[in-house]
Design a protein around this ligand. Structure first.
Ligand code: LLP
Length: 450
């Protein structure tokens, strides 16, 4: 992989202008590294593509919710799309103004709705009529009014991986379009609520514009119909989902490719909303962060099991679950550039977790790799660290951000005290007499008694 932001210099892979092997020496492996320059490029290009439109870009925190990442976008004027109280708090703490925050999600609790109301957010994207009733009650009880968009299920197939598709009628997301329409026509005044908008989000990692156009056309038709009937709508939320390239050309074509995709998307939107009196919200996640991050890992062992060669690295499915969960393909490159013309042979790259699904790549042609080498998994800025766990009681990896030639640890590696210290012994164990029933001990006792 090389790109404008991740490239080999003197044979060493750099993020922005920082050598990743030097970071590995400083923070240990595995670790995530994000390029702030890449983050800023992504945001600026998206904003520029939409320039002139009355649009709020609400970065979808779920893709990467490190405070430094949110803060980087907030400094450029971004809003936030949040799906939990935790994300709401993160957005506010990173400096995103409440009036640029949308709160989405199919299962918001009463406490989360109240937290959003207290913060004074831009809009709740409501996903069921039951949620709407609960929000109405909570807002009324607090003597306030909630701004709402109804998330409509447009019944469009996004043509992406089944596990990340959300716009079909058979998914749990959104409200059936006809149900939303009938409800809004029949209920003009709902206590504590101002229904101001309609929202859609049809899936993630979309690389084709056509499903978007179909979904947006349906949403716009509904918007026009409801406005004509006197429903005071003023906003459309087109969700997120713009895909990135996980395969990198030799000179970083993925950045140009993402830019071209964004431009095409923005032109499509521009044409659709021309003549429409409307404010817009966009919720990009992966697009802004996916190709701005790498996961760096060290090779622990190389082992040949019969004809198959396994490269066992110190990162595992707990650090990066996308290959196990979605069969996702991430490019794997050595930090030290392979010799020109080096022969590639198929290897399996696996982690140390005791599951056969802890496999990052099967039969991947890679240049020669030795024990101790450092490797990078590319395109791991989105849905990677945020989906990490401590499975197998492995510590959460640290996150580093670079900008130009500077670097900062933006999340330290978890330590064992923190990991174990969150558990508590119940009283009965703390007070229990020391009774050792292990077979060895039993045998010992018997012998001692004889
Ligand atoms: N808005 C809503 C309502 C969403 O559900 C999502 C993502 C987004 C925006 C942002 O979508 P993006 O622009 O990032 O595609 N873990 C999966 C992706 C799950 C996406 C969930 N929703 C993966 O690793 O591919």
């Amino acid at each position: 992989m090389t790109s404008r932001y991740f490239s080999y210099r003197d044979g060493r892979l750099h993020a922005s202008e920082v050598a990743l092997d030097a970071l590995a020496a400083e923070v240990g492996t595995p670790f995530y590294c994000y390029s702030a320059d890449a983050l800023e490029h992504g945001y600026r290009h998206f904003a520029a593509a939409l320039s002139g439109l009355p649009a709020t870009i609400c970065y979808a925190l779920k893709a990467n919710s490190n405070q430094a990442v949110i803060g980087t976008f907030a400094a450029l004027g971004a809003g936030a799309d949040v799906v939990s109280e935790g994300e709401l708090r993160r957005a506010l703490a990173a400096g995103v103004p409440a009036h640029k925050i949308v709160f989405a999600g199919v299962g918001k609790t009463a406490a989360e709705l109240a937290a959003g109301l207290d913060a004074g957010i831009l809009q709740f994207n409501v996903e069921s009529l039951s949620e709407l009733r609960l929000l109405s009650q909570i807002a009324t009880a607090r003597g306030t009014t909630a701004a709402v968009a109804l998330r409509v299920n447009p019944d469009v197939d996004a043509g992406t991986h089944a596990k990340i598709t959300t716009g079909r009628a058979d998914t749990k997301f959104g409200i059936d379009a006809k149900e939303a329409r009938d409800f809004l026509l029949a209920n003009r005044d709902i206590p504590g609520l101002r229904v101001e908008g309609l929202a859609v989000h049809i899936g993630s990692q979309l690389t084709d514009i056509a499903p978007y156009r179909l979904a947006f056309e349906r949403l716009i038709a509904l918007y026009r119909e409801l406005r004509a009937a006197g429903v005071a709508l003023r906003r459309l939320d087109f969700g997120g989902g713009i895909g990135i390239s996980y395969e990198h050309g030799p000179t970083g074509e993925e950045v140009a490719e993402a830019d071209a995709r964004v431009t095409a998307y923005a032109e499509m939107v521009r044409a659709l909303v021309k003549d429409l009196d409307v404010e817009l919200v966009f919720e990009p996640g992966r697009l802004l962060v996916g190709n701005a991050g790498v996961l760096v890992t060290r090779v622990l062992y190389v082992k040949d099991n019969g004809p198959r060669r396994f490269i066992i690295v110190d990162a595992a499915m707990n650090d990066l679950i996308r290959p196990s969960l979605y069969d996702a393909w991430h490019e794997i490159v050595p930090l030290k550039a392979a010799a020109p013309g080096a022969e590639r042979r198929p290897v399996d790259v696996v982690g140390p977790v005791c599951e056969s699904t802890d496999t990052f790549a099967r039969q991947r042609p890679l240049p020669p790799i030795a024990e101790g080498d450092l490797l990078a998994f590319s395109s791991t800025g989105a849905y990677s660290f945020v989906m990490a766990s401590t499975y197998n009681s492995r510590l959460l990896a640290p996150e580093v951000m670079v900008r130009g030639d500077r670097s900062a640890v933006v999340r330290a590696r978890m330590d064992y005290e923190t990991m174990i210290g969150q558990d508590r012994m119940p009283d009965w164990l703390a007070a229990a007499p020391d009774e050792d029933l292990s077979p060895n001990r039993q045998a010992g006792k018997t012998r001692g008694a004889a």
